[in-house]
Design a protein. Structure first.
Length: 120
């Protein structure tokens, strides 16, 4: 069972460190937040973007994938994942993630597997 109090305290600490430019400390706090609650979308999203800033791109991608799996209809999660793939040189994957973000920006939906839902 998730410890939401500890999770929320950790993510707030991460946000504070991030705002101060303390990326290593932010990473540690965000890792703590998802350790307390492995299904915590906000923690995975924040951790992934922080790892991207730290040039830990492969690990950031893993967090981005986790975030889009937890919240497949989150526009910012797909946009972030696209940025991660671009940084890693995975252009086809980046274009796919960007396409999902575009679908969401126009009011569409994305399936759990990150694929467009067919309009039939």
């Amino acid at each position: 069972m998730a410890d939401t109090t500890a999770r929320d305290t950790a993510i707030e600490r991460g946000h504070t460190h991030l705002a101060l430019g303390e990326l290593d400390e932010a990473e540690t706090a965000y890792r703590e937040s998802v350790a307390h609650d492995p299904e915590f979308f906000d923690g995975w999203q924040a951790l992934g973007m922080t790892l991207l800033k730290l040039e830990k791109v492969k690990e950031a991608i893993g967090c981005g994938i986790k975030a889009t799996t937890l919240e497949p209809d989150d526009l910012l999660a797909w946009t972030g994942l696209s940025q991660m793939y671009v940084r890693d040189g995975q252009i086809a994957e980046a274009e796919h993630a960007k396409g999902n973000a575009r679908i969401l920006s126009m009011g569409g939906k994305v399936t759990k597997l990150g694929q467009k839902k067919a309009d039939h």
